[in-house]
Write a protein that binds this ligand. Sequence first.
Ligand code: NAD
Length: 361
Amino acid sequence: MKNRRSFLKATGLVAASTAFAPSTLWSATHPQNKKLGVALVGLGYYSTDLLGPALQMTQHCELRGIVTGSPEKIPVWQEKYGIKDTNIYNYDNFDQIANNKDIDVVYVVLPPSMHAEYTIRAAKAGKHVWCEKPMAPTVAECESMIKACKDNNVKLAIGYRCQHDPNIQAYMKAAKEKTFGKVKMITSAAGYFDGRTDHWKQNKALGGGVMGDMGVYALQGARLATGEEPISVLAQTFTTRPEIYHEVEETAMFQLEFPSGARASCHTSFGINMNYLNINYEKGWIRMKPHSSYNGNNGEMSNGTIINFPIENQQATQMDDDALSLINGTDLLVPGEEGLRDIRVVEAVYKSAKNNELIKI
Ligand code: NAD
């Protein structure tokens, strides 16, 4: 069995974790600032429990602003993170952020139905945008977000933290290098038991439904494992708790066909704890379990290689990667176009489930 160091070396991932090289581009325009200033929009669970704390660990960006519709949260965040009065906005005066030199990046952490509006407003304010997954409920919204960022000459990244995790990058690399030959069949699953009864995840108008929320992780597993885009989808959605999930689905199962002939069977649910990715190739296999958790994603290859890279904090790694791309003027690892690719499939899943037919993409 190879040890981790030799695996790192063999796969070239040591070189992938390159040191920070300051950019002439960004440092010329921001001589006094060593880090990018980030404003979080929406101070719910993910901002409070994950992104706020992670921004205390980042080297290339820092939390400088908040945008919230809940005034009672302001003193709590100010006390915890020392945020200046002048860097606090609500949803009405948010556009004034255009005049705030402290803020380089707006991170949209709202329910999915609000992602397009706040991304477009941030872009018009001249700020780079990081937007949480799912990018938006519809392909049309995703396209308008990409266009607004292009038109305003700002960059758009989607918060797919897993793509910044070296454990996920390990099987992406196997796909690229065809380490075990062609992919034959994939099974992937992402779900948890959500006991809430009145949350946006159960509300259609706010962009709820398990497919966009957890289904994209099962979908990403299949897309990243093949390195291809699916050409057809066959899906079913259902619920075991119709009293809660009457507007949106609690569970979705979808089969994907890829151009190479690879097939994937993907499962997602708000009623079942499950998190894995099994990739079967012509000449071997990779198993990941868990596959899309915040930490401890790990797995094994059929040649005995263990996938278990340490990662101190996924969200901090993601935000530092994205900050460095902005600073250095290099391509983002997960741009808006990648969020759009998933939503194309999400739309096809819904169409297939509704019409009970195979949808060609
Ligand atoms: P949440 O419900 O805990 O927080 C949502 C925030 O939006 C709250 O502060 C709420 O006050 C605010 N809000 C403003 N208008 C609202 C409205 N009309 N209805 C409901 N809330 C409104 O949700 P969350 O779990 O923090 O999720 C926010 C985003 O982050 C979603 O896109 C979600 O998919 C994403 N997320 C990503 C990850 C990840 O691992 N990348 C994890 C959790 C959540």
